[in-house]
Structure formats: structure tokens, C-alpha cells
Design a protein around this ligand. Sequence first.
Ligand SMILES: *Cc1c(COP(=O)(O)O)cnc(C)c1O
Length: 356
Amino acid sequence: MKKHNFSAGPAILPQSVLAEASEAVKDFQGVGLSILEMSHRSAEFTAVMEEAQQLVKQLYHLPDNYKVLFLTGGASSQFYMVPMNLLPQSGSASYVNTGTWSTKAIKEVSNFGTVKEIASSKDKGFSYYPKGYEIPEDSAYLHLTSNNTICGTQIKHYPDTNVPIVCDMSSDIFSKSIDYKRFGVIYAGAQKNLGPAGTTLVIVNEDLLGKTDRSIPTMLDYRTHVAKNSMFNTPPAYPVYVCLLTLRWIVAQGGLEAMQANNEAKAGLLYNEIDSNPLFKGVAASEDRSLMNVTFVLENKDLESAFLAACTEANISGVKGHRSVGGFRASIYNAMPKSSVQVLVDLMKEFTRTHG
Ligand SMILES: *Cc1c(COP(=O)(O)O)cnc(C)c1O
């Protein structure tokens, strides 16, 4: 029986995407070849790449100076590719530290220039999102992590600034409708909200490129991939195809507005239970709560293993919290149906009836 999958990543994908993706492994659109054994230079695969790029631009309403790349190396490789491509040796970049992933991103910058950590929520275990900080005008860029997958916080208002914003959107990409033209670079590992592990979506405003004085290795230079339409070398063909299927699914569901409405309804249902149930308590500051990763704890830690056992019994998978936070984390990405969130909420109610 299919489980209710609350995993933080690799994570749930729409059932229809999984069905179509499995078909393509056997025979891609009736051409008599598996997508796994097809040339990336074939007309069929070129069409896959072009449609995926076009749907990203369509969903985010991006003009032509934005280029869409499907790279490898995970979001973690963007931690160094961003400063390598955007930060002049003599320049500085501003970072807001909101958790484990931003901390890792910050660590890479000093190899290329000066890093300024202009705000941080480390003082309270990354349980809130910093606000009202000053952004130095001379920053080459401002780096933000829109959704903190581990602690369960999410940015609600992006700062108003002329400094280009670089954003790690790994865990809330395509989850809501905002103005995406205000970003200089957006990147996201596919495996949280878009597709399987193996590709990283990178969206770059090409006006920002070519402004450093350093020589960049060919494969690490965004310009290489921009010039070849993300096909300089063999792209991660199958992950890109599964991303395309998810992008089509998002469009068919009604686009980002529909994703957002559904995500707000699901998160509202779960946070409401956490707030009203006497046994549980939320981890993140209420105004900064993530719509994607809902973190919570049991007031009485002795009940943790009993709750996890009850989840397993109810066919619920992946709710154990990250080791650095403890407690529980329910990841309720785009593909998570509201009915599965309801199963978890019902279980929490029942658990309180029997253990409260
Ligand atoms: C998972 C995650 C990463 C790391 O992604 P990889 O593709 O495994 O390198 C980076 N940032 C955020 C916000 C994440 O959730």
C-alpha cells in the first residue's frame, strides 16, 4: 500500500508523474527507445529540455534575459558556483544566515571574495527569520535561503533593494506566486519540490554574468551552460524529463496560484492542530512558519517513540525530525494531497485521546 510520504527530500512526487515517468523508462512516447538509452542530441530529448525551460519561464513570468539551466552537483554546488560567477575578488557579498544550508553557503564565499553575514537567527536555533537588516549598497549580491527545510521557517517578505538577490529555493520552488523578476539568480536541487535527485535548477539573469576578473573552469562557468542552452555536455536527461512532467502537472493544476492556495490550506490544517492540541508544540516562530516543512515537538519527549510507532501503524512515513532539531517534521510539498495531511491530523487527535 502506498504510504503517506512526508519525507523532506527526496520527496513526494505526483502519482501521475510517477506513472508517466515509469512508462518513459520502458518506451519513450512510442519511439521504441527508453529515455535512459536515448541520445541527448535527439530531437525528442531536445524538445524535453526546451519545453522544461520554457515552462519554468512561463510559470515565473521571466523575460528573455533570464536563462534556465538544469545542472548537476546539487544545490550544494551552487554554494560555490554563485560566488565564483558573481563575486569579484575585491568585492563583497551579503548573506542572511537562516540555518544549516545558509551556513554551508556562507562557508564557501571566502574562497572568492569577502563575505558579510548581515543577519542571522542562530541566536535562537534558527527558529525565526531575521527582518529589518541593512543591506550594504556595494554588495555584489544578497544571498537568501527562502525556505529553511530543517527548522521549518520561510521568508514572507523579500527585502526591497537594488542589490541583486540570489536565492536558494530548494525546498519551496514553484510553491507560490510572487514577482520572480526581482531575483538575480534562483537555484534549487530538484529533489524537494520538483523532481528526482540528480539535477539542480538554476535560473540566472544573464546581465549579471561576466563581471568578475577571475578565470572560471569551463564546467563551472554559468556562461558555458547559457551559451549551449544547458546542453554543453550530457545533461541529467532522466531527472530533467521528470521535472518536465512535474512542471506540466503544476500548469494543469492551475499554476502557481493553485499551488499556493493548496499549500496554504494544507499548512493551515496542520498548524491549527499543532496549536490547539495540548500535547504538541510548533518549533518555528508563528509569523515565519514554513508552508512546506512543518516542524513540531511533543511537550513530553517520553511519548516520541509511541507517536512514531502510531505514524508507522497509520501508514505515515518520513515525519521524524532532522537530527539537529529533534521532534517531528512533516514536509507537505506541492504533490502532498490534503487528504494525507488530514490523516496525520486525525492521528494526532487520536494520539491525544489515548495518551493525553
Ligand atoms: C536540501 C537542500 C540543499 C542541498 O541540496 P543538495 O541538492 O543535496 O546539494 C540546499 N539548500 C536547501 C534549502 C535544501 O533544502
